[in-house]
Design a protein around this ligand. Structure first.
Ligand code: FAD
Length: 250
C-alpha cells in the first residue's frame, strides 16, 4: 500500500506508523514510515515521541519518509525500542537542503551523516550526474551504507581512524585520494563539526565549491527560539546546509 500523502501544514505534527525498521550497525537503526512528503536532500523532520522528546532527523527519502538514527541519548534510545506498527509524530520538512550542481559530485559522510548523502546521491544520479562517495568512521563496525552506495553504482572510498576497514585515516584523506585521480565539481558533506571544518579548509585550499550540512541542538525548527544558533546563523532556517564557493572571501 502507498504511504498516505502529507497534505497538512508542515508545522503541525502528523501521526505516522512505522512500516519497517532494521539494524544498520550495533547502534544505528533505519525507520520507514507510512508517510510521504515533498522533500529535498539535506532537509530534516522533527520527530516527536510523546512523553519523551522531539528531535531533528535528516531524511533519507521523503517518499516514503525514512531516517537512520544513532542511539546516543534518551530520545534515540526510546525510538530504537519502537517496532513496525508503532506510531511517531512528524513535522516538516525543514531546512534549505542541498542544491544539486555540477557533473561529478563528491559525497562525504561521517557517522549517520551518510543518511542525507544517500538522498543527494540518488537525486544526482537520477539527473545523469556522477557521484563518488567517501565514507569515514572510527572503526569498521561504525561504517554505514557502504553497500547501499555501491548498489547505486557509485565508487566508494572508506576510511577508518584505526585502519580496520578501507584506508587508515580521516575522511579528508579519502577526499585527497579522489582529487588526485579525477576532477570533482562540488563537494557535499554531512558529519561531525571537526570533519566539516577540515573539509571546508581543504576545499578552500583547493578552490573547490562545497556544501556542508551543520547540526546543532534544536528545539522549534522554525527560526523562533534561537536554540540552534551557530556563529549568528540559524541552523534550522538558514541551514543546515551552507555553501562555500571560491568567489567568496575565505
Ligand atoms: C538538522 C539535524 C539533523 C539530524 N539528523 C540526524 C540523523 O539523521 N540521525 C541521527 O541519528 N541524528 C541526527 N541528528 C542528531 C539528533 O537530533 C540527536 O542525536 C538527537 O537529538 C539526540 O537526542 P537524544 O535525546 O537521544 O540524546 P541527547 O541526550 O539529547 O544527546 C546525546 C549526546 O548527543 C549530543 N547531541 C545531541 N544533539 C546533537 C546535535 N544536534 N549535534 C551534535 N551533538 C548532539 C549531546 O550533546 C549529547 O552528547 C540531527 C540533528 C540535526 C540538528
Amino acid at each position: 500500500m502507498r504511504p498516505h500523502v502529507d497534505r497538512c501544514a508542515p508545522d503541525l505534527p502528523r501521526v505516522a506508523r512505522i512500516t519497517d525498521t532494521w539494524e544498520e550497525n550495533y547502534r544505528t537503526r533505519t525507520f520507514v514510515l507510512d508517510l510521504r512528503m515533498e522533500a529535498r536532500p539535506g532537509q530534516f523532520v522533527m520527530v516527536w515521541l510523546p512523553g519523551v522528546e522531539e528531535r531533528p532527523l535528516s531524511l533519507i527519502s521523503g517518499d516514503p519518509v525514512s531516517f537512520t538514527v544513532a542511539r546516543v541519548g534518551p530520545f534515540t534510545t526510546a525510538l530504537h525500542r519502537l517496532q513496525a506498527g508503532d506510531r511517531v509524530w512528524v513535522r516538516g520538512p525543514y531546512g534549505n537542503g542541498f542544491q544539486i550542481r555540477g557533473e561529478h559530485l563528491l559525497c562525504v559522510a561521517g557517522g549517520y551523516g551518510v543518511a542525507p548523502m544517500l538522498f543527494v546521491a540518488r537525486e544526482a544520479l537520477a539527473t545523469g550526474r556522477r557521484v563518488t562517495a567517501v565514507i569515514g568512521a572510527r572503526t569498521a563496525e561504525d561504517l554505514l551504507f557502504t553497500q547501499r552506495f555501491a548498489e547505486l553504482g557509485c565508487p566508494v572510498i572508506t576510511t577508518t581512524d584505526d585502519g580496520s576497514a578501507g584506508m587508515r585515516g580521516l575522511a579528508t584523506d579519502g577526499i585527497r585520494h579522489v582529487l588526485e585521480r579525477k576532477p570533482v565539481d562540488e563537494v557535499y558533506a554531512c558529519g561531525p563539526h571537526p570533519m566539516l571544518e577540515a573539509i571546508l579548509q581543504l576545499c578552500q585550499a583547493e578552490r573547490l565549491p562545497c556544501q556542508l550540512s551543520w547540526e546543532n541542538r534544536m528545539r522549534c525548527a522554525m527560526g523562533i527560539c534561537g536554540t540552534c544558533e551557530l556563529d549568528g546563523w540559524l541552523v534550522c532556517r538558514e541551514g543546515p546546509v551552507q555553501r562555500w564557493t571560491p568567489e567568496e572571501k575565505s
